[in-house]
Design a protein around this ligand. Sequence first.
Ligand SMILES: [Zn+2]
Length: 133
Amino acid sequence: MSSAVRLFIIGDSDQVYRLPAARYARMLRHPANYPITSLANRRVRCAEAVVELRSRKAVRVVRMLFWNATFDEHGVRHQGPHCSTGVASGTDLWKPAAQNAATCVMWGSLKTNVAYCPECCTSLRKMDLSAGF
Ligand SMILES: [Zn+2]
């Protein structure tokens, strides 16, 4: 058995558009180089289907995932700012100044930061929740 990933964007009127997986992978690696200008300033619903292939044809859906994706004014997918460490208080987080100042990898997908800030490191540590929160 082999499998493949199919990606879809669901439009405002519930139209379904297929997004080629190779293009999506390029968008994740280099978002600014692969904008979707028709989605500029929009938040859209997305779906990922892992399908089972037989003779290169999809015969069964193995798993479905759903999420929302936000695109900036250029049609670039961006999932930040999740962590604004390094950004001065009062800075508009959606402006380039914030983008340039952010220092944590959790800022978002357009940054090339590779290190977590101390606060995110704390959040990422294993926590024993067996006794509740
Ligand atoms: Zn952080």
